[in-house]
Design a protein around this ligand. Sequence first.
Ligand code: SF4
Ligand code: SF4
Ligand code: FES
Length: 250
Amino acid sequence: MAEQKKVRLVIERQDGPNDKPYTQEFEVDYRPGLNIVAALMEIQKNPVTVDGKKVAPVVWECNCLEKVCGACMMVINGKARQACCSLVDNLEQPIHLAPARTFPVIRDLLIDRSVMFESLKRIHGWIEVDGTWDVKDAPIQNPHTAETAYEISHCMTCGCCLEACPNVGPQSDFIGPSPTVQAYLFNLHPLGKFDAPTRLNALMEKGGITSCGNSQNCVEACPKNIKLTTYLAQLNRDVNKQALRNIFDK
Ligand code: SF4
Ligand code: SF4
Ligand code: FES
């Protein structure tokens, strides 16, 4: 009988937010189409390291399993990506898994991405509902920008772009590419545009768009292929125009 092919994973673990990281190695049976979440599920069923030591199951987060919710983001072979759609066949072995350390680590590969949601509050990342559709049809999307809005709306707040950005981290207050570009999305909306000055003024503050160093890492990291740097550049122009308006409206 042919020997069962194995997949080896080296996992950077951490027992709690303030504990020291350490690594453990595991092996799971190979099967075609195996992805990282499925491999982690195999380890969860039988958490025994390659040296035969029974350990606590590895902790990570996932939900949709189809690159929609963003929850399973981790660093796989040195690159931030979604574990649910990272196929073992496309990865060099041993496969190294680590938490995305731009975010606070809760345990093992589980991180706290709430900073991104706080940043969305900061840029007024929502549309004020004014009851328009109670009296008549809601305003339609501008057909010239609908495609752009659709593209940006695919953002799943996974955090890959923040993990890849050299300007996000303890050295800076930069809110990062994703929440910044969401301001552009809401400014495109026929109702959202009424709050565009609020969003643009928020982006003028510390940690706003001037913290972007234009290194372009984010656009390469985005699993949804959102043209982040294109919209960051456009937003930069909008912020500058708003700054002039602020002067003349005084
Ligand atoms: S372009 Fe700006 S947001 Fe994107 S990775 Fe570079 S510094 Fe970060
Ligand atoms: S912009 Fe792309 S990489 Fe950044 S959070 Fe959204 S989906 Fe993830
Ligand atoms: S589990 Fe939702 S994106 Fe991977």
